[in-house]
Write a protein that binds this ligand. Sequence first.
Ligand code: G3P
Ligand code: MG
Length: 274
Amino acid sequence: MALTTNQRAPIPPAHHDPAPTPICYGHRGARGHAPENTLLAFDLAFDLGADGIECDAQLSADGRLVIIHDGTVNRTTNARGAVRDLRFDALRQLDAGRGQRIPTLDETLALVGARGGLLNLELKAESDAEALAVAAAVAARLAALPADDPLRERIIASSFSLPAVEDIKQRLPWLRIGALYGGRAWTRQAMIERALALGAEAIHPHPRILTPETVSEAHAVGLRVNVWTANRWATIHQLITWEVDGVFSDFPERVIIARRLRESAEEWAATPGE
Ligand code: G3P
Ligand code: MG
């Protein structure tokens, strides 16, 4: 397959030196243990050893950026209604579980900054048009980060809406972006070529559409591979064996344990015998 090498600048190092491989992102925080997309889940993910968190950003009816996954509040709160139809003050009244509130983007940025971690900010919407509105709002917020704020290098924005990913990259050329892929229609070549065309740092495929060949071809053209969402031990072990760069998990501690055991096995194998 004909691919052009990605010409972008080298990927900045993560906050660890050396960076652990793969980087562990708590999916919607530590979703397996706490109400998803809440400050409690984010804090817990870091407590469990995650290097970063993933969360989903949307716009309220009055244009505020809030962190929630679904298009409605029905599943994750004690109320009903579409996020896009509810004003911020109404969203903040809701119980997101264990007394948690739906977080704002600002609160999430503050938490990630305080924990010194990484953030995958997913631009979530029901359509490309809505995703473009989220991209514009997120870009405006991130543009306000001081030029020397370490958070700038720790954020990667992604979306299933690739026009939204393209748009936010054009607005903020310094921002790292990932191309999210879920459907089986995505071929290896299409995933890689689209990501290169977007100027993405990484592809973010689901495990069902990932092969070890995709990982090595992505690496060969300078793309990272961050995979969502791996919760089963066998899947996590397999992804580590394939040398992916990042793993999103509802149970971040599983990635930490599997990663450490892999390192230990490599150290053991490298130890000279008697
Ligand atoms: O960003 C990775 C993953 O979160 C995408 O799927 O539906 O969990 O937001 P979803
Ligand atoms: Mg998500």
